[in-house]
Structures are given as C-alpha cells and as structure tokens.
Design a protein around this ligand. Structure first.
Ligand SMILES: [Zn+2]
Length: 65
C-alpha cells in the first residue's frame, strides 16, 4: 500500500524542507522559499493524523470490495 504522505512546504509545494532536529519544539523551514512551516511536533502530529485517516480508509475499501 502506498502511503501518499509527503512532508513538504504548504506554500511552494517543495518537498525540500529543513528539519534541524526532531525535537517537538524545533522550527521547520522550507529550503526553497524559506517559509516557516511551524514546529516539528505539530507537523509530525498532523502527518500522523493524515496517515491514520488514509490507512483507515484503505482498510475500509479493502473490506468492502
Ligand atoms: Zn516553500
């Protein structure tokens, strides 16, 4: 199953983001447009939420189909 989650810049769409450290309070920036993308902890949490949603949807599809 493909996991269609890419951590990237919401402004320019680049996947080239700079994660200085994986501390929850560490600020993540975009390498292309230098946008401030927020704290790593927040980005990680929303990525995990998305991922959980997608996995559940895929499981439902497989059980229905
Ligand atoms: Zn960007």
């Amino acid at each position: 199953m493909d996991i269609p989650i890419t951590l990237g810049c919401y402004k320019c769409g680049s996947g080239d983001i700079l994660i200085l450290s994986k501390l929850k309070t560490s600020i993540v920036t975009c390498n292309s447009c230098h946008a401030n993308l927020g704290k790593w902890g927040d980005i990680e949490a929303s990525a995990l939420r998305e991922l959980t949603k997608i996995v559940k949807e895929n499981l439902n599809d497989e059980f229905v189909g």
